[in-house]
Design a protein around this ligand. Structure first.
Ligand code: ADP
Length: 374
């Protein structure tokens, strides 16, 4: 709320500065135009007066001295002409003076808008950096809230279970069930800590990837086989559509497993219906091996498709959001995929969303030995 009202003030201040700048430039141009017109009028009057004076001087000068006077007049008053008895202002000189003055005016007329544009550009850049700073603060706050929530929940559960186990005599099966629950919570905290560590390693440019030549079909099937039970228990209904031929790519199997499990985890998390259909498709296109993970969940708007890959970005507000998460999953997906030489992007569907990974296809020779699934 406070942030929103301070943003309002920033916009008001921005508007005031823009109006002030516009007024200043318009006033400056009008002032310059008036000054230049005054200069022209002043010069015309002054030159006419000079012509009248020189006329008198010319008339009073003896004919034999006129040639000397003419030379002196040419030096002192180059804008005057003497013809017989008549002294007058040279119209070409007058026109040249006018043109010169108008050229100054035109110069100011170009400089004014350029100055205004530069100032507006400067303001725009300042405004943008202020906005991104505010956005960063908002994400930081969201992250802190999400992180404390993510750690507090398993800690409270662990404390409760540990207290129950200490204070009550329970049958062995119950004890084992509690211990399993505790292990699950510990795994969750370990996973969170791993994500935080991986993020900080990537942020410091210390991400380590060991790419080997793998068939992407095989890599995906292995990951899915490993996670199938957990995914099914969370309501996922997987549809795997492998490519008809092997897709040799360079990837680090462990890092790739983390990428795919993040995408699947999101597909489940952001599909509110009890049965969550997820399509995992593989094919080759234009020298690339392409992997798509598609869901029928809440979906994404076009404006969010880029932002979701930024660290700590989560759609909506932390107080109104019900799903767990720290906003790091897709950042890790993107960073790790790029470290392996691939690309990732998201697509908004009429219902749900699609995440696409693409890796350059390489020679099939030297594939790390795996059998194709039956
Ligand atoms: P987290 O899931 O921990 O919030 P992620 O980095 O994995 O962080 O995702 C960032 C945001 O992108 C999520 O908060 C969510 O709003 C949005 N998002 C990610 N995957 C999906 C999806 N499959 N469908 C809809 N929204 C998604």
């Amino acid at each position: 709320m406070q942030m929103r009202s301070s943003r309002g003030w920033v916009w008001v201040a921005f508007g005031v500065v823009v109006v002030f700048l516009l007024a200043q430039v318009v006033w400056w141009l009008v002032f310059q135009r008036n000054t230049i017109q005054q200069n022209i009028e002043y010069a015309e009057t002054a030159w006419l007066q000079e012509a009248a004076l020189v006329q008198q001087l010319w008339a009073a000068t003896a004919p034999e001295k006129r040639e000397t006077l003419r030379l002196e007049l040419q030096k002192a008053f180059p804008h005057l002409e003497v013809e017989g008895e008549r002294v007058y202002v040279n119209p070409e000189r007058l026109q040249a003076y006018r043109t010169e003055q108008m050229r100054h005016l035109r110069m100011f007329a170009y400089e004014g808008p350029v100055f205004l544009l530069v100032m507006l550009l400067g303001l725009y850049i300042i405004g943008r950096s202020l906005r991104s700073e505010q956005e960063f603060k908002r994400r930081q706050q969201n992250f802190l809230m999400a992180a404390s929530h993510e750690f507090r929940t398993p800690i409270s559960t662990l404390r409760l279970l540990a207290q129950t186990l200490t204070m009550r005599e329970l049958p062995r099966e119950k004890q084992l069930a509690y211990l399993e629950h505790m292990t699950h919570e510990i795994d969750r905290m370990e996973d969170l800590t791993e994500r935080l560590l991986a993020t900080s390693r990537l942020a410091q440019g210390m991400g380590q990837i060991k790419p080997e030549r793998h068939d992407l079909n095989q890599a995906v099937s292995r990951c899915l086989a490993r996670q199938q039970q957990t995914l099914a228990a969370r309501g996922a209904v997987l549809h795997l559509e492998p490519a008809p031929t092997p897709l040799p790519v360079d990837l680090d199997p462990e890092a790739f497993a983390l990428v795919l499990s993040n995408l699947l985890d999101n597909a489940i998390k952001y599909s509110p219906q009890p049965e969550k259909p997820i399509w995992v498709r593989l094919h080759s296109r234009g020298g690339q091996a392409v992997l798509e993970v598609e869901d029928r969940g809440v979906g994404l708007s076009k404006g969010q498709l880029q932002q979701i890959f930024e660290p700590f970005y989560r759609v909506g507000d932390e107080q109104t959001r019900r799903t767990r998460g720290l906003g790091l999953g897709l950042y890790l997906v993107k960073s790790i995929t790029e470290l392996m030489g691939g690309r990732v992007w998201a697509e908004a569907l009429p219902q749900g969303s699609r995440f696409v990974l693409s890796f350059p296809l390489v020679e099939a020779q030297g594939l790390v030995g795996e059998r194709r699934p039956a």
